[in-house]
Every structure is written in C-alpha cells, then in structure tokens.
Design a protein around this ligand. Sequence first.
Ligand code: PEP
Ligand code: MN
Length: 348
Amino acid sequence: MILPKTNRLSPEQAAELAAIAGEFGCRIQPIVGEVRTIYALVGDERHELMINRLEGLPFVDRVDTIQSPHKLMDIRSDLATHRVRVGGVALGEQLLVIAGQCTIDPANPNFFLETAHAVKAAGAQALRGGVWKPRTNPYSFQGDTRSLEILMEASRLTGLPVVTEVMEPEHLKLALDAGVAVLQIGARNALNYSLLRQVGRAIAGRDTVVMLKRGMHMGPLNEFISAAEYIAAFGNPNVILCPRGTQPGLDGYRNHPDESVTPLLKERTWAPVVIDPSHSVGKAAYVPACAFAAVAYGADGLCIEAHVSPAQGIGDDPKQAVTPAVLSQIITQARAIHALRRSPSPAP
Ligand code: PEP
Ligand code: MN
C-alpha cells in the first residue's frame, strides 16, 4: 500500500507508480478514502527493488506491505481510519440502526410506506426493504422489481437511506440507478466471487455502501473478511460486515446466533460490524435479547426486520418482524448499552 505525501496524487504521479509496478508484474489500484486516496499494490509485492524504487519517489511518503489475505480490510491497513457512513451516521461513532420489512409486498405498498414512517419514528436511521428475495423454496414469492419504486418512494417520503439485496447484475444496475444507498449481499451469495467482483466494480467511484452478510455455512473468519476484500479491491472500501447466524441452527432458533464473533472480527479488520438479530434467531420474541447481546459484544449497528403489521407481511415478516413499538424499545435500550460500552470503565 502506497501512502502519498499529499492527499492524492496527480495523474502523472499515479502513472509513474503504475509504470514501476508494471515492471514487476503488479498494478496500482487507487482506494478513495474520505480524506485521502491510498494506492494499493495489487500482485506479488515482495520485490524489494520495486519497493525501494517506489519509496524513492519524492511524492511517496511510505510503502506499507502487509502479508494478509485481505490487506485492504486488515486491521493493520492504512484504511483502518476510514469511516463508513450511512446517511448521517459514521459507523463506529454512533450506533446505526437499519430497520424495515424483510420483503416489500407490491400488492400492499401502503404497508411498506407505513413501516418506513414507523421505523423512522422509532429511531432507525436507515430503512431496509427486500425487493428481490433469495428463497429456499423455488415456488415461494421471489420478489418483484416493481417494489423498487415503493422502496424509493419510502426513501423520499422519510428522507432515510435505503438498503436492499441484489443478487444479479440486473438488480445491481437497477438499484444503483434508483439511488439505493446500501446494497446488501445476502448470506447465500457471500461467497459468490463473481457477484462480489461485479458489485465492487459497480460501486467504484460512488459513495454506495455494501452490507455483506456472513454466509450461513461460513466457518473461518478470514473467509468472511476476504469476501469483503473482493469488493474493496475495486476502489470503494465502504463495506460493512453483517453476521446473521449460521447453520446448523441452535434447536429453537432459525440459525446459530453469531453476534459473539464481533470482537474476533474487530481484532482482524477495521470494517464496521452490523448484526442482524432477526435472521439469527428467526422469531420476533427472541430478537430484542439478540440485539442487546450484539451491542454488548461491540457491534457498530443492528439490522432488524420490522413491520407495522407482521401478521399481514410476506417473506420472513410474519415470523421475524418486530412491531414498531418493540423496535422503539430495542433502539432505546440498545443505545443505552452502546453508551455504556463506550464510557470509560471504572478504575479497578
Ligand atoms: C434478508 O435480509 O431478508 C435475507 C434474506 O438475509 P440473509 O441473506 O441473511 O438470509
Ligand atoms: Mn428476511
């Protein structure tokens, strides 16, 4: 990773870096941070002569080499000070709450619009709504592109940034053109490297954020962080990690709740962690406890399924969605836990 002396390099300076890297079979990928741009060396960066020549350039401050399978997302990366922002929230400073329906019902758009207003009133800073749905059963409702219009209408009416899942290039294009702020990569696609690459390429040069769910069969945490690296490697480092429970589930819960991976992730990566308690436990009654545990474990945010009338919802909503009243209580108490966690611990 090459750190320039200035906030970003001129095109001529960047070309000089690229020429040197190219001689050694490497290429340069600018990663645009909030304040400055850093230049990732892509390829085998162990050539001593290449490093020396790069460090010898008058406009280069230093070259950091990290031996990590995910060097951009690594906690030792120069991106570690990067702040991912959703709406007005800088993750890591304030607790981000994303809430809304699992699935938007195109036949009942008013439910979603009411849910949107209700989650805003409850204190959520971003709105989720499933337009296209990955369903285990091929005969279940698969989502509907018409719901994208409903999602964006809710965004306009509430002023909330919106989160929706994309599963294929067509969704990606439609979502970006519509102005979706956060693209969700679902648990089933967390290791779909081709999709991860397409998403990374599509968001380069934009301020779009990606929320990457943890695959339900993922084991090693490096696998999760490396999946995030696939996206960031194209130049936009705005990636959020979202554990959402793994399989096999815990008898009684939909999945095995995995909010406890947060401290482990935080030892290895600077990426913000937003926990999804809804899919972890799969039942509305268990969602509050899972959300509180997540914040106690160090989560930077929560993604909660909520619906004005869960029983009349579709997709996961009848089982998992909490009502706005419960959401409001969760948010108040989760913020209190977050504040406690951030207050200095008393002297021993
Ligand atoms: C969802 O968010 O509704 C969803 C399908 O998530 P996951 O990919 O975690 O199952
Ligand atoms: Mn869902």
